[in-house]
Design a protein around this ligand. Sequence first.
Ligand code: SUG
Length: 445
Amino acid sequence: MTLIEANFDGIVGPTHNYAGLSFGNVASFAHAGQVSHPREAALQGLAKMKYLADLGLVQGVLPPQERPDVRALRRLGFDGTDRQVIERAARQAPRLLALTSSASSMWAANAATVAPGADTADGRAHFTPASLSTTFHRSLEPAATGAALRRLFADPERFAHHDPLPGGAQLGDEGAANHTRLEAPGAAHGVHVFVYGRTAFGADARRPRQFPARQTREASEAVARLSRLSPDQTFFVQQNPDVIDRGVFHNDVIAVGHRNVLLYHESAFADGAAIVELLDRALEGTLAAVEVSASEATVEQVVGSYLFNSQIVTLPEGSVALIAPLEAREDAATHQVVERILADDNPIASVHYLDVRQSMHNGGGPACLRLRVPLDEDDLGAVHAPCILDQDLHARLSAWVERHYRDELRPEDLGDPALMEESREALDQLTEILKLGSLYPFQRI
Ligand code: SUG
């Protein structure tokens, strides 16, 4: 039985800004300090969701997190009223204010790892929120992510929720950005590929030298265990450490899989050819491996164009489409690669280029913005329905963004306590639109 691959995209939050917070993420550093456009960013995200819903795919939304994170600032020693906390942090430690103001939960591919009930020992879909412990700003996300996922996927008979992995960077887990579920046509179970950047407690023959490897093998193994996946369906694959040093901070910057299709750059994995062979065997010889060579497009080119951060989707009539960022059309080499892929004999039959530039400038392409949740019909019936996007919800969310979001944010605007108040007002309204009840800490005071 083939599952429905629903996409849940993170709504871009009202504090979307460019603070240069992610060492090793080329776009984040390149746009540090620039003026951001939160309203445009959120509308771009919603337009992408509507585009996929209009294609006939199941599209959901995930609420943004409360930012600035005043509670985190209090834990860092800033006190007084909430307004004073913001003002004091802005004066004494603007970097900490930027870290606690990031709208980074929009990148839902880092929200969690999901394993569908078809593949797990207890027949339930398992959710493990990513610990995101490598970067401070993202380490603030897992608790709220877990709470939102529990709200959306509430039925305990169908959905199992785990806590994020404990510990620091040694058990660093970045969620679905480093996990791919493949499936042979007609197969009853999927195959799970976990890609890690380094081993925490063992010795890797090779490791990145410049940039952090955020995902450890030990973390991937723990997530697979928690998800109750059987070892014979589960593969742990080392990412090529050299590409991490060239800006590939997650596997989804250099490879993307969907059902039996695996689109990847020849430099993606430490041991590329062997991995592809192994996965083909696991898929009983049905793997459609679409390799892009370095002579067609260099690692730098694909990091710039984000070709591999495309979504691969199966349309209702059965054909396979690539949902790519505009940048993949603008870069001549990447565009040629896409044309070549479409012309070649492989399942990918069409391409749709979408504009998510505001997110791209922080290193987040189409695939970063979504968490895939494979569901059967009954699971889908159990999902919190007000978070499933249709024309009406798209219109309501767009009007909500128009009403509450600022057109521009400059780095110094993060110190404006009115931004905190506006954001809370926006999120309060959002929980009504999405019928989520009191989801946010400020709503529970
Ligand atoms: O974790 N950028 C995010 C981008 C995440 C993209 N996700 C996937 N590849 N799945 C990150 O590096 C930058 C924020 C800033 O610099 O303001 C940031 O957090």
